[in-house]
Design a protein around this ligand. Structure first.
Ligand SMILES: C[C@H](N)C(=O)N[C@@H](Cc1c[nH]cn1)C(=O)O
Ligand SMILES: [Zn+2]
Ligand SMILES: [Zn+2]
Length: 474
């Protein structure tokens, strides 16, 4: 691998410049006004795939969606193949080219869609830097390196890039299920690089994800916003009702208060307990990543269990409520509260939605309000756990050992990538999560970054993983 590593090191600046190019495309899938940029990011990837000689490039259009009162096109799911020999294994890699929203005024130190590399810290800032733009483009640089060196890729590669992961992966499952026996028929294993190391020092392989069920709770009252001096105390206020209900969903120490929600959660087994020993993780890692001392649990074990294998409920925001600086004295006419539940084995999105609806219904009735409410779950996905003994994980472990001279931690992830389970079930093959970024990268947060070290060594890791997949005993 020496020549590949040397090539990657020699082209590191170029890879960073190209990361800057993609960070500059604000491909925010959750905002209808940004949809053209999501398409532009898809077009950028397709142009690169063509340039690198990928074949059978297909853009699957999942159809349309209703978003913020508009009907808009869903961005394409891009499939492409890089064939290297029929006798070689076929690796399917998945990633997403959309990003979370970001505004400088949220607290970013630099413009979120302009890449800034801090030479003194080695950090590369920008929305999507770690989630998931550096990882997806890294697969392309691996192919490019082999080409430049005149070497055959050790495997056949299929890429599947989507532009809706941050907004529920609309339409993706159907495409995967449809293509399982066609485009994906020769796939031997799946690799996804879309999560983070447990801490900041040690690489890991990830074998579990929580599921996610997202909710919109809309409360409507008067037909228009009202003056609180004129109407305060005389009408039922939607925001007051919403605060009452949202405050009853979860306690301050993270316990979900919806009756029945814990009933299906798998019990902790003795075998599982041992997985929480000897991990390269301390509470300081969370304090560092959150830049605070606000952790709920006193031990590493309890903290990780509540991230990996117990459900959580987070409140995200309220649409329609006044949030700007100043003291506007308005009564909002309609507000939408947003919250999500991260789910674990053996919970299902269907049962969670049923329990949430029953609870909200009961709580709303108790208010005796003349306002009306609507609750919707725009997207939901199940949790996922993999078999870490499969050759896919063995190959990845060897790759980590070669690149980083250390054995990876085996981790689960608190976040969600719902398509992981779909790949596992539809293709019947091992799915592995092989993260590039660190726990303090700030994915979804302000000042998202990836360290130059993680990006460049990450490209080497992906290349080495493909070599190991080619030779590992199956
Ligand atoms: C782990 C992955 N990089 C990620 O960020 N996934 C998102 C998926 C999602 C679900 N609803 C909205 N986005 C996440 O875990 O929040
Ligand atoms: Zn992601
Ligand atoms: Zn994300």
């Amino acid at each position: 691998m020496d020549s590949v590593y040397k090539h990657i090191d020699a082209h590191a600046d170029e890879y960073v410049t190209r990361l800057g190019e993609v960070i500059a495309i604000p491909s925010v899938s959750g905002d209808a006004s940004m949809r053209d940029h999501v398409f532009a990011m898809g077009a950028w990837l397709q142009a690169q795939l063509k340039r690198l000689g990928f074949s059978d490039i297909e853009a699957h259009h999942p159809g349309k969606q209703q978003l913020q009162g508009k009907e808009i096109d869903l961005p394409p799911v891009i499939l492409a193949s890089y064939k290297s020999g029929t006798e070689k294994p076929t690796v399917l890699v998945y990633g997403h080219y959309d990003v979370q929203p970001a505004l400088k005024e949220d607290g970013w130190k630099y413009e979120p869609f302009t890449m800034v590399e801090e030479k003194e810290t080695g950090r590369i800032y920008g929305r999507g830097s770690t989630d998931d733009k550096a990882p997806i483009i890294s697969w392309l640089w691996v192919v490019e390196a082999y080409q430049a060196l005149g070497k055959d890729l050790p495997v056949n590669l299929i890429v599947c890039f989507e532009g809706m992961e941050e907004s529920g992966s609309e339409g993706l499952d159907e495409i995967i299920i449809k293509e399982a026996g066609r485009y994906f028929k020769d796939v031997d294993c799946v690799c996804i690089s879309d999560n983070y190391w447990l801490g900041t020092e040690k690489p890991c392989l990830t074998y579990g994800l929580r599921g996610v069920s997202y909710f919109f709770l809309e409360i409507s009252g008067p037909a228009k916003d009202l003056h609180s001096g004129v109407f305060g105390g005389t009408v039922h206020e939607p925001l007051t009702d919403l605060f009452h209900i949202m405050s009853k969903l979860v306690s301050s120490d993270g316990k979900i208060l919806i009756p029945g929600i814990y009933d299906d959660v798998a019990l902790v087994t003795e075998a599982e307990e041992s997985l929480y020993q000897n991990l390269d993780f301390s509470l300081a890692d969370i304090h560092n990543a959150t830049e605070s001392q606000t952790t709920i649990h006193a031990s590493v074990r309890d903290t990780l269990m509540h991230r990996w294998r117990f459900p959580s409920l987070s409140l995200h925001g309220i649409e329609g409520a006044f949030y700007a600086p100043g003291a506007k004295t308005v009564i909002p006419a309609k507000v939408v509260g947003k919250f999500s539940i991260r789910s674990v084995p053996n919970q299902t999105p269907e049962r969670i939605a049923e329990l949430v609806k029953t609870f909200v219904d009961a709580e709303f009735s108790k208010l005796g309000s003349k306002n009306t409410y609507k609750i919707e779950s725009p997207h939901g996905g199940k949790s996922w756990v993999a078999d870490v003994n499969s050759w896919n994980f063995v190959a990845a472990k060897k790759a980590v050992e070669k690149v980083f001279n250390t054995s990876p931690d085996l981790t689960r992830e608190g976040g969600s990538i719902p398509v992981t389970l779909t790949f596992q079930e539809a293709l019947g093959k091992s799915v592995l999560l092989l993260p590039m970024g660190r726990s303090d990268d700030g994915a979804h947060s302000t000042n998202e970054k990836i360290d130059r070290y993680n990006y460049i060594e990450g490209i080497k890791l992906l290349a080495t993983y493909l070599e190991e997949v080619a030779t590992v005993e199956k």
